[in-house]
Ligand binder design. Structure first.
Ligand code: ADP
Ligand code: MG
Length: 318
């Protein structure tokens, strides 16, 4: 503990980093940061709060808080197809703790550096732990992956696997027991989600609509359906399930996690069928789970061709 560190010393020691981003004209240290938007570029902006007791456990390690709070934001940029550029960080802390700040900033910058995104400002305050991050990224003009563009006949895809973070959460809470061989994988899926930035960029000129799955597939796909004024059919036997999920739970329990589990941060997107060959040349870890329909509503089709009604709703904050 160094109770003597003042605010500016904390910022200097843990958060001030030189940036190589040519569009950052004035970095941390003044009243505002100044950035420059190149010609023919648009700015995508998102903000999210990560709150103790809601988004993490009291014992979640600071390194993981730094990673996950940032990953949630970068995931939103990924879902737009934006290239991350810079961040601001408003940090409210119950106390100043050297070790905590060291590890938090390591988790934060390890991920930020991987996507070459610069921290250009923020705030420090005392209070219950709250990590609020704003992320901004570049988009070319006339191109963005929104929730609005899905068309009847589009194929619906998801990246990687679904339901792992939901299973991991119940395992971490000792509700479900998991074989040791899957512990590392599940621990990572909940603590260190990978924002699908590269996937979002690969989709920018081919997908009609996209969203990141933070509240569960059904809940988030429904946002696309509502904003695009379309419906969808998805097939249970096509949902991509990890070995960990398949080997831990019977099929229908695993399916519930894949449909309604939160915190996966995979992308769900729609694509006209003629672009399928282009997609599979660009991305390996994608799975077609169904198609967009003109008639509204989401029909979930069982292995036997019958309608399936999920038991759980997606995560809701209110
Ligand atoms: P002001 O009072 O003018 O808002 P501060 O003293 O709060 O300025 O912050 C000084 C500088 O440090 C500003 O450039 C601000 O953006 C930056 N800063 C403050 N807190 C953080 C943080 N947690 N991470 C990164 N930069 C920060
Ligand atoms: Mg000021």
């Amino acid at each position: 503990m160094s109770a003597s560190m003042n605010e500016f010393e904390i910022i200097q020691r843990f958060f001030m980093r030189p940036t190589t981003n040519p569009y950052v004209l004035l970095n941390i240290g003044d009243d505002c940061a100044i950035t420059h938007l190149p010609a023919q570029t648009r700015l995508a902006t998102t903000v999210d709060s990560f709150i103790a007791g809601i988004h993490c456990f009291d014992h979640t390690a600071p390194r993981e808080i730094g990673h996950k709070a940032l990953a949630k934001n970068l995931s939103d940029l990924a879902a737009m197809g934006a290239t991350p550029q810079w961040l601001t960080l408003a940090l409210t802390l119950p106390e100043v703790n050297d070790t905590w700040l060291t590890e938090f900033s390591q988790g934060f910058f390890h991920l930020a550096d991987r996507y070459q995104v610069s921290l250009i400002g923020g705030n420090l305050a005392r209070g219950p732990l709250n990590v609020t991050i704003q992320a901004m990224g570049f988009l070319p003009p006339q191109q963005a992956l929104t929730r609005k563009g899905a068309k009847p006949g589009d194929l619906i895809y998801v990246t990687h696997t679904l339901g792992d973070a939901g299973l991991a959460l119940q395992w971490l809470q000792n509700i479900i027991s998991v074989e040791p061989q899957y512990h590392h994988y599940l621990w990572q899926r909940w603590h260190q989600p990978e924002p699908r930035i590269l996937e979002g960029l690969a989709l920018l000129d081919i997908a009609h609509a996209a969203i990141d799955i933070s509240d569960g597939l059904v809940a988030d796909l429904n946002h696309i359906l509502q904003q695009s004024h379309v419906g969808a059919r998805i097939y249970l036997n096509r949902l991509p399930l990890s070995a960990a999920l398949q080997h831990t739970l019977p099929f229908y329990d695993a399916i519930e996690f894949a449909l309604s589990g939160g915190d996966d941060y995979e992308l769900c997107f729609t694509l006209p069928p003629h672009l399928q060959p282009t997609l599979v040349k660009r991305l390996l870890n994608v799975q077609c789970i169904g198609e967009i329909t003109a008639s509204p509503g989401l029909a979930i089709i069982d292995k036997d061709g019958l309608f399936y009604q999920p038991k759980q709703q997606g995560y809701r904050h209110f």
